[in-house]
Design a protein around this ligand. Structure first.
Ligand code: ADP
Length: 395
């Protein structure tokens, strides 16, 4: 079966068409600036790239262009839309309703609409993408795969905050966690690489990208994760503050005369390594500035590594010991320096990274010294494959 995987953001859309017979990517691409001037599609088929500049006022127009390109005589990869067996959508927030991926029907659409309040920026474009597909390729089954679903196995003592319980009942304020598809994918791969049944593994999965989160995964189930009610909690990230004394928020609002919306924007977009370093939100720029002697850039890297290390220690306690630590996403997959800083001093968990093996970038590897009990793995994430696999299973 051929599966179209869609990830709709507010003004962008990523897609991949996969052949699930042999799990190959037939084509993939990105549509940018939807609803703003200068929209364009970048389509990749193997090594070939095709760019189409065309004004696209909605996600529906963007998806129509993607479908057109997929069947294009010159750049396409299928001869007709009938070859698309199913569509898998990445949906950011599934609230408490969805602990697994689901086949989309009217009832699911109504439940997704209810989740908009929890993810006002992310869920509306996801819903638009689904509605567009319903109109453009009616009858093709569609599946929703949620970022939050994998973490629905957390116990209440992990997801309830120290707030009056009524707020959980009234507004559903609780920890949800995100990046679930990635944490799930790398957990499954880690068990395969370790040669153990997933049910017998205790893993700490570190998804370190521009957005970053860590999960404690026991027997393939998420017990705890660092992101919370929103993706703002947990590690300091590219532009997000991560954990703070909550009193700082009202203090800044008063001092800087910020509205609630402005404060939320500030904490999500102006803080993190960008705010500390004053250099960039991109770890490559920060590593470069730190190497050139920039104190604040070095401080940002030190805070980040320290944060991750603290969470690893905490999650070792949650899991009752650790069999493997997994590094994934942009920074986790590509920065030997960051992996080295994080894992130095974790000898008490029998974590011993081999400096030679740690030189790896962007491919699967076990970077531990021979004989070390807790294995340290680099596993490039593949959320699209996970979405496509769930889609095939459900359809
Ligand atoms: P997201 O999907 O959250 O946007 P990614 O997983 O693509 O993030 O990760 C982006 C981050 O990974 C950026 O901060 C980038 O600097 C970092 N990164 C990518 N490649 C490297 C590298 N070679 N060395 C250090 N950091 C890298």
């Amino acid at each position: 079966m051929k599966v179209l995987v869609l990830n709709c953001g507010s003004s962008s859309l990523k897609y991949q068409l996969m052949d699930m017979e042999d799990k190959t990517v037939l084509a993939k691409g990105l549509v940018e600036r939807i609803g703003i001037t200068g929209s364009r599609l970048t389509h990749r088929r193997g090594e070939e790239t095709k760019v189409v500049a065309q004004e696209l006022s909605s996600h529906r127009e963007a998806i129509a262009l993607v479908l057109e390109t997929l069947v294009d005589a010159q750049y396409g990869v299928i001869s007709g839309l009938g070859e698309i067996g199913a569509v898998g959508h990445r949906v950011v927030h599934g609230g408490e309703k969805f602990a697994a991926s689901v086949l989309i029907d009217a009832e699911v659409m109504a439940a997704l609409a209810e989740c908009v309040e929890l993810a006002p920026l992310h869920n509306p474009p996801n819903i638009m993408g689904i509605e567009a597909c319903q109109k453009l390729i009616p009858g093709v089954p569609q599946v929703a795969v949620f970022d939050t679903a994998f973490h629905q196995t957390m116990p209440p003592y992990a997801y309830i905050y120290g707030l009056p319980y009524e707020l959980y009942e009234k507004y559903k304020i609780r920890k949800y966690g995100f990046h679930g598809t990635s944490h799930k994918y790398v957990s499954i791969r880690a068990a395969e690489i370790l040669g153990r049944p997933l049910s017998e593994t205790r893993l700490i999965t570190c998804h370190l990208g521009n957005g970053a989160s860590i999960a404690a995964v026991k027997g393939g189930k998420s017990l705890e994760t660092s992101m919370g009610f929103t993706p703002l909690e947990g590690l300091m990230m590219g532009t997000r503050s991560g954990d703070l004394d909550p009193a700082i928020v009202s203090f800044i609002m008063e001092k800087e005369k910020l509205s609630a919306e402005e404060a939320n924007d500030f904490l999500n977009k102006k803080c993190g390594v960008l705010g500390v370093s004053g250099v960039s939100s991109d770890f490559r720029d920060i590593e470069e500035a730190a190497a050139a002697g920039n104190f604040r850039a070095q401080l940002a890297l030190d805070i980040f590594a320290y944060d991750v290390k603290k969470y690893i220690g905490a999650y070792a306690a949650v899991l009752d010991g650790v069999d493997g630590i997994v590094f994934t996403a942009g920074l986790g997959e590509n920065s030997p320096e960051m992996r080295e800083s994080i894992t130095a001093g974790l000898g008490y968990l029998d974590v011993q990274v081999d400096p030679e093996k740690n030189k790896v970038r962007g491919r699967e590897a076990d970077i531990s010294r021979d004989g070390a009990r807790c294995r340290v793995l680099v596993i490039p994430t593949n959320e699209e494959l996970m979405i496509a696999q769930d889609t095939v299973e459900i359809v």
